[in-house]
Design a protein around this ligand. Structure first.
Ligand SMILES: C[S@@+](CC[C@H](N)C(=O)[O-])C[C@H]1O[C@@H](n2cnc3c(N)ncnc32)[C@H](O)[C@@H]1O
Length: 398
């Protein structure tokens, strides 16, 4: 068995940022060690995670002293991944924050959707201090504190489903005082300081980019450790809309992010399935199209076509940048559309095989389906709260 359970709870999990889609540090460590011993080359490999999320792959590689590249289309995830490699955990610079005079926020500040101008002004004055920090990692850690602080202030708008964040009417926006913000910030700082897994020598390069257009040369990667977005219409942009507002992401940027994130709820016209995706993928899509329930042959088939099209384009790119003989560990979770089983492990394997990879091994683990992945409206179909998480080990053939 090459790998540990990718979702096993680990004492090494970061306390810094709660991320519902992350995988375990132990899993990445075991995948790297296994590859190093199999390839008989010590540490001279380049690791890529094209869906890097909170940066478990890149941070673990940094701890092991191995160069890595982490790519994620969501700019929030790049900040989180970089923050895990910050060296400066002396947050004294923030202590003076509330002494400073806050200037009124810009009229189009996205935080104004939840917070009255006086509160936004205080948060932006904290941001000003963070921007003055000297390294990118330290600035990122500052931003993650600001994410956590803002999310704590907005707790009542965040439901247990991470993709459901409410926006109040203008008159009901929160009006936090300096004192309450200071208290929250102190809590966030304490939490960050108790996270023993932050210190490391950064050997990673974190890039905000689309996995369908990897900004890398051909044949440069030895090992891929990754987990693609779920095939369950989870909108990662909505799930991080508060953090994106902290980063001053405009409405237009938010929309283009939603358009480019794989698995989002937006659909696109004009995508047709192709045999290159494999026979199982095509059969599954045909079943979805023929399902008698409302919109199966409309909205839903379009959203699945978009998902598989993006997954396939990303696999083409992963194949292009990987050296011959390179290894890919990819963690996928199965799912259902109504009662139709979506065997993502087998579909993904087919797509890799079309692109000149061979399946070395598949290890299956029982997992609890992510809450956001469960369609609570369709109880009659919900016999499937238990999911199988598969670790596929693939080798790039010449
Ligand atoms: C399952 S999560 C990866 C979690 C990661 N393994 C961890 O430990 O945190 C999938 C990630 O894919 C990212 N993603 C979605 N569409 C993308 C795209 N087109 N290009 C790059 N990243 C994308 C999402 O932002 C999300 O962070």
């Amino acid at each position: 068995m090459p790998t540990k359970n990718p979702k096993l709870k680990s004492s090494k999990a970061p306390k810094l940022f709660k991320y519902y889609a992350g995988f375990a540090v132990d899993f990445v460590e075991s995948a790297v060690h296994k590859t190093l011993s199999d390839m008989e080359i010590c540490n001279k490999i380049v690791v890529l995670d094209p869906w890097n999320g909170s940066g478990t792959t890149t941070n673990t590689c940094s701890k092991l002293g191995i160069p890595s590249i982490g790519i994620d289309r969501n700019p929030v995830m790049a900040v989180v991944a970089k923050a895990r490699e910050a060296r400066n955990r002396n947050f004294e610079y923030l202590n003076l924050l509330c002494e400073e005079l806050a200037t009124p926020p810009a009229k189009d500040d996205p935080l104004l959707a939840w917070i009255a101008p006086s509160g936004v002004a205080i948060l932006r004055s904290i941001e000003k201090k963070i921007r003055n920090l000297s390294t990118e990692q330290d600035r990122s850690l500052g931003y993650v504190l600001l994410f956590n602080l803002t999310k704590n202030l907005l707790k009542k708008y965040v439901s247990s489903n991470p993709t459901w964040i409410k926006k109040p009417e203008t008159r009901s926006r929160i009006r936090p005082t300096k004192q309450s913000i200071k208290l929250e910030l102190e809590n966030c700082i304490k939490r960050a300081q108790s996270d023993e897994n932050l210190h490391s020598q950064a050997t990673s390069t974190i890039i905000t980019a689309d996995s369908r257009f990897l900004p890398l040369k051909d044949n440069v990667v030895d090992l891929i450790i990754t987990s693609p977005p779920y095939c369950t219409r989870i909108d990662y942009a909505i799930a991080t809309s508060i953090e994106l507002a902290v980063l001053s992401c405009s409405e237009a940027e938010f929309l283009s992010l939603r358009n480019e994130l794989i698995g989002s709820t937006l659909v696109e016209n004009g995508i047709s399935q192709t045999n290159e995706w494999g026979s199982l993928c095509c059969e599954t899509l045909n079943k979805i199209r023929a399902h008698p329930s409302k919109a199966s042959n409309g909205y839903y088939i379009k959203s699945f076509l978009r998902y598989f099209d993006s997954l396939y384009k990303s696999i083409i790119e992963i194949s292009r940048v990987t050296k011959n003989g390179g290894i890919c560990y990819i963690v996928v979770q199965d799912s259902y559309y109504k009662e139709i089983f979506i065997d993502l492990a087998a579909i993904t394997t087919d797509m890799f095989i079309t692109n000149k990879w061979s399946l070395v091994e598949q290890n299956d683990f029982i997992a609890t389906r992510n809450k956001a992945a469960i369609n609570t409206k369709s109880n009659k179909y919900q016999s499937n709260k238990i999911a199988t998480e598969s670790v596929l080990t693939l080798r790039r053939e010449s």
